[in-house]
Design a protein around this ligand. Sequence first.
Ligand SMILES: Cc1cc2nc3c(=O)[nH]c(=O)nc-3n(C[C@H](O)[C@H](O)[C@H](O)COP(=O)(O)O)c2cc1C
Length: 183
Amino acid sequence: MTILHIDTSINGDNSASRQLTKSLVEKLKISQWGEEVVYRDLAANPIPHLTLDQFADTSVLDEFLEADTVVIGAPMYNFGIPSQLKAWFDRIAIAGKTFQYGANGPEGLAGGRRVIIALARGGIYSEGSPAAAYEFVERYLTAAFNFIGIEPEFVVAEGLAISPELREQSIGQALGETLRLAA
Ligand SMILES: Cc1cc2nc3c(=O)[nH]c(=O)nc-3n(C[C@H](O)[C@H](O)[C@H](O)COP(=O)(O)O)c2cc1C
């Protein structure tokens, strides 16, 4: 059983999403004893933007398909996902491998694995909040993974730029949620 652990934050040790993915992976390693962890840091080692030539290189796709559980850190940058994460998704959304079009429209082919995503946002975008319509991280990642046959699970730390107290409280709550998700 393999966990693919992906970080994308440019904030190094000050990153909330990195703190959350680390917690998730540590707990999953305990609850699913014997897991092998493959680590990919897309901020330190970004994948180039897609070109036609790069479709020939299936290494990123293969690594994803070999994983039973995928843990992804996704900070909100300018209302959406980091471009590094988009470049990664562009390598795994491959017709005939992770999705196909059938008589009834698109069909996801990558089901049967768990994807857990740790979201970190400076402001507050949760349902019912005034800025909810500007949230394109959880919405995009839900649509993208649904398209390939996966229902992603989320742990959210938000309001991180509002005050140090709210940051501490929000990260603390999200760390608690990682325990539940990884149990
Ligand atoms: C380039 C950049 C763009 C950002 N854009 C937004 C934004 O649109 N909305 C928001 O609420 N926070 C925004 N933030 C704040 C981050 O979402 C917040 O700092 C979050 O904690 C980042 O995740 P991390 O702690 O894992 O690095 C931005 C931060 C950076 C560095």
